[in-house]
Every structure is written in structure tokens, then in C-alpha cells.
Design a protein around this ligand. Sequence first.
Ligand code: GRE
Ligand code: ZN
Length: 325
Amino acid sequence: MKNKIALEEHFAIDLTIGDSQVYARPEVWTGLKSNLLDFEQQRLDQMDEWGTEFSILSLNSPAVQAIPEPRRAIEVARRANDILAEQIARHPKRFGGFAAVPLQDPEAAARELERCVKELGFHGFLVNGFSQVEGALDAVVYYDAPQFADFWAAAAKLEKPFYMHPRDPLLSREPIYEGTPWLTGPTWAFAAETSMHALRLMSSGLFDKHPALQMILGHFGEGIPFNIWRIDHILRKGRRGMPCEKEVGEYLRSNVHITTSGNFRTPTLLSTMLEVGSDRIMYSVDYPFEKHEHAASWFDRCEISENDRQKIGRDNACKLFGLSL
Ligand code: GRE
Ligand code: ZN
């Protein structure tokens, strides 16, 4: 398929590139670093070679979310968004953008998001999980907290989706990861952390307040589609104070979109199609942490109907983001 759209595609700037080094073995770090900092060479070459027409780009993880001081978080987000805007202006037919948002200061985050969408033409925002905040060394906030009510209202008003992207939990808060570094990051901790955050948002009533708001989850939904029947089955026996109006699965099927990023596996795709339908699944790579070659050589040939390939590879993203390419 020649004209795919991909939307979990990352870049880094000088101020955030260091955050990605822990995820690379020393022998591949130089290449990963160069791919994260590059926009116009390897990135476009790989898109061309493997049939991605348009990539919606986002800052690497955790970047802005790992900066406890609000002023610094605001500065780094702004700088990253300006650099991204410049690249989009140079390649408007190839690159789109998700804003980085300094949620350490919800009001500043709302203003920055409005600037990115209204002035820079971005397609929504991508947030790398919880934000570290000033206070105790491991103080964090999740976005179902009451202080984000106005931020969510501002975000919903812009009518653009947001991407809930993984980051690692802080070791001091998650002792279960001690001594098993191989289970942190994209192996397992990313999905455990991100699915929990997504479930917090889905069950908080956020999507009752803002029924048109749309959340995107990568990596085939971070495990949620596989477990949604059990979640609702258990909660039907007793909601234990859950404040949302509907069953969690209803939000999955009306307020969540799922991408193929970093999870190039047909049984997983088919299972997700059976839970949410092919209208809520979109192609993505997770470049440069994953290769276009692996994503495309799987997706272009996996055994689904050509109608579904067209929707998942391109049309669903055109619709969700109002793209006219
Ligand atoms: C990602 O962005 O999804 C990612 C990282 C680091 C390592 C692997 C990975 O940020 O998929
Ligand atoms: Zn990613």
C-alpha cells in the first residue's frame, strides 16, 4: 500500500534526546539518535520506501512530562512545537504534528495547545503518560485529577484527538519492576502503565462530559481490547464507586482509536477488529523505535479485506483528522 498515514512517529530535539538513550543498546544508540533528530533525510527516505505518504510527528518520551518545574516544561514544549511547526511548513504534504503539552501547568498547557492547533495547524496533542510535578521527588499527576477539568474542556473545544503515549513508571513508585529491567519500557511496563492511565480517564466520566472527545492508544490499545470483556463483566457485578455513566467498553467503542504501532501481528489485529471494528484502527509504525520495513511488510500483506486495509492504512486517519491530502 503506497499512501499510508502513520501517527505514532517520533522526533527529538537537543533538550529531549537524552531521554531516549536508556531504550537503546549502546551499539544502536548512534543510529537511533540520528533518526530521532532527523526530519528530512532518513525519515522521508523510509516513508517513501515503505509507502507512508504522511506522518503525524510527536516528541519522544517522556520529554516534557518528566520536567517537574512548570516554567521549564512550558519552555521545552514551546521549543519542540516550534521546531515541529517549521518542519511541517517545509513539508506540509508529508508531516503533521501532535503538540507537546506542559500539563504541569494545566492552564499553560491549554494555551499552548490552542496555539498549536489554531496558529500552527497541529492535529491534536500527544502526551507521554503522567506528569512529574514539583514537590516530593517522585510526585506525579494523572489527568483524571480535578485540576485538569478546564484543560479537558479547552481540548474538547478544539475538536482534535489526543494520543495517550507510554512512559515508564517511576521505580520508586513501582517496586514490582525492581530487579527486572527487561520487563520495563516497551516490553511490558509501557502497556501496563498506559492502559491503567487510559482506563482511569475512561472510567472517570471524562467522556460523559465531552462525548465527542477522542483518545488514541498505540500498540493495539495497550492490551485493553483483549481484556475489555472481563473489565465490563466484573464491573457488571458491582461498580465499586466508578463515576462514569456507561460501561467502559462503550467508551472504547465510541471515544478510543487504536493504532498498530510497534505491534505487527495479525491475530492481534483480528482480535482488535472483532472488539472495536475496523473503523477505529489506524496504521502506525512508532518510528524510529520501530522500522517502517517491519510495519509495512506486515501490514501491506496481512490477511484482511482490501476495504479494511484501505480504512486502517489511510481512510480512518483522513476522517479523524479531517485531512485532505
Ligand atoms: C515509543 O515511543 O513507543 C518507544 C520509546 C522508547 C522505546 C521504545 C518505544 O519511547 O517503542
Ligand atoms: Zn511511540
